[in-house]
Ligand binder design. Structure first.
Ligand SMILES: *[C@@H]1O[C@H](CO)[C@@H](O)[C@H](O)[C@H]1NC(C)=O
Ligand SMILES: *[C@@H]1O[C@H](CO)[C@@H](O)[C@H](O)[C@H]1NC(C)=O
Ligand SMILES: *[C@@H]1O[C@H](CO)[C@@H](O)[C@H](O)[C@H]1NC(C)=O
Ligand SMILES: *[C@@H]1O[C@H](CO)[C@@H](O)[C@H](O)[C@H]1NC(C)=O
Ligand SMILES: *[C@@H]1O[C@H](CO)[C@@H](O)[C@H](O)[C@H]1NC(C)=O
Length: 427
């Protein structure tokens, strides 16, 4: 009798232990940020440390290291080493995100050796018991070959698949364990521009295609680019707040912020990153800080990890953002012309209130009469008609101003070149 009971107990505790392990694995909700290795040719380990500390300050767990092969960027191996070395010092995590604009299906050998080099590194990001690896596109790359070459070094492959309905079949065919979506902005597919706001239509397609396997959801605050090879905007506007609420509602297995430092497409959330190289994006990124967006992301990241349905605010703050030219303005000497999609943008100033208790927000945008709205506690977003000139913000509670001031950047209706990047400030 006693031994039967002991056997039963052992079985129960084994089941419990399994359940707990499973629950632990599933409740760990990592948040990564996409890092462009291609613009940090001369980064030192100290440069990486500085970036990692900024990311850790808002709860980001690791960087997805977007990189080209060494025959395109000779410094890729050195910068991957620097990244993993810095991460190890700070208990941060890294994984490689192979950029298939440059890698191809025939590069199995090199991909295997890069993945294998770091799979057991103490700074390697791990998910579901395997070293995490991802991509930008590369939908038909066969990961089974990499997995079998690496034998006992288990991998969890969560590539960016462009076709959400392929997420299911790619599993057995190409050794894919999950999927990451690049549909981080309002679009009907490809780079088509549609009116906002961002919805979860694409996310739902991936989640359905994956049928329970892990979905890495993209979070991006903005998109504007103005190169001769690509010249368009997506309609993001209130997205720095609204996208995170979608994430809290969807509760995906992982999140990847697009991006940490892509200045070219204006979706960076890093600081100015003094030692990165300039691909021409300084034209629209210099003098356009995005640091305030990290302050919005921080409570949302904490809420996502906790499985909460809304963020918790511990100090009163506002973060505001706006484009510095109304979208109908004609710039005087821009040889590329106005970015595709600009006609869909709304001439509004956006403010996110992060409040411990309700308060009143007053915005004075240029020559538009001041507007006051009531803001509840928590994180909310409001918009105000854009007026050319100075931009002022004020928050009051109980009839007393608690924070506010004038933005350092004016809105203007004269310009030489189009710049639809957002200027982000905070009080
Ligand atoms: C940034 O680059 C400069 C010039 O190469 C270098 O002196 C400095 O140490 C770098 N910054 C860091 C944090 O490594
Ligand atoms: C990596 O690519 C280089 C250049 O194409 C090639 O010479 C080398 O053999 C490749 N290495 C492996 C391990 O496949
Ligand atoms: C990596 O870890 C796995 C599992 O512990 C082990 O089997 C493998 O030999 C290790 N590989 C290297 C290169 O250390
Ligand atoms: C990196 O440093 C080398 C050597 O000083 C220099 O030639 C190169 O232009 C630098 N790269 C960038 C992108 O600044
Ligand atoms: C501006 O705010 C209103 C009221 O909340 C909202 O209906 C509208 O969608 C917002 N506009 C944009 C472009 O986000």
């Amino acid at each position: 009798m006693a031994s039967k009971f002991a056997g039963w107990l052992a079985t129960v505790s084994a089941i419990l232990a399994n359940t707990l392990t499973l629950a632990d694995a599933q409740s760990s909700k990592p948040v990564f940020a996409h890092f462009m290795v291609g613009i940090v040719e001369n980064f030192t380990v100290q440069d990486w440390v500085n970036e990692i500390q900024q990311a850790q300050a808002i709860g980001i767990d690791g960087f997805a290291l977007n990189c080209a092969p060494p025959w395109v960027d000779s410094y890729t191996p050195k910068q991957l080493d620097n990244a993993y070395t810095a991460a190890q010092q700070l208990n941060f995590k890294m994984f490689i995100s192979f950029d298939f604009a440059y890698w191809s299906n025939g590069d199995t050998g090199n991909i295997t050796s890069f993945v294998g080099k770091y799979a057991n590194h103490s700074a390697q990001a791990v998910f579901n018991g395997g070293a995490l690896v991802s991509t930008f596109v590369g939908d038909s790359f066969n990961w089974n070959a990499v997995k079998s070459a690496l034998g006992s070094q288990k991998l969890t492959v969560i590539p960016n698949l462009q076709d959400p309905t392929a997420s299911g079949s790619a599993n057995s065919q190409f050794g894919v364990d999950g999927a990451f979506s690049w549909y981080a902005w309002p679009t009907d597919g490809g780079n088509s521009v549609i009116d906002g706001p961002m919805t979860t239509i694409w996310d739902e397609r991936y989640i359905q295609g994956l049928n329970g396997r892990p979905y890495m959801a993209p979070v991006s605050p903005w998109f504007s680019t103005h190169f001769n090879t690509k010249n368009w905007v997506f309609i993001c506007e209130e997205q720095p707040v609204r996208r995170w609420q979608q994430i809290l509602d969807m509760k995906p297995a992982l999140v990847e912020i697009i991006t940490w430092n892509d200045f070219g497409e204006s979706h960076y959330i890093s600081g100015s990153e003094p030692n990165h190289s300039d691909d021409g994006s300084s034209q629209w990124a210099n003098g356009f800080p995005h640091d305030g967006w990290r302050d919005i992301y921080k409570p949302y990241i904490a809420a996502y990890k906790a499985g909460a349905s809304s963020p918790t605010v511990s100090a009163d703050e506002i973060v505001y953002w706006y484009r510095t030219i109304p979208h109908g303005t004609q710039c005087s000497s821009d040889s590329l012309g106005i970015p595709r999609g600009a006609e869909l943008m709304h001439d509004l100033v956006f403010v996110s209130t992060l409040l411990t208790q309700p308060a009143q927000l007053t915005v004075t945008s240029g020559n538009v009469a001041p507007i006051t709205v009531n803001a509840d506690a928590g994180v909310h977003v409001f918009n105000f008609t854009m007026g050319v000139g100075k931009q002022s913000f004020s928050v009051s509670r109980g009839g007393k101003q608690i924070l506010g001031g004038q933005s350092a950047k004016d809105i203007t209706n004269s310009c030489q070149t189009y710049n639809f990047n957002a200027y982000v400030g905070k009080f």
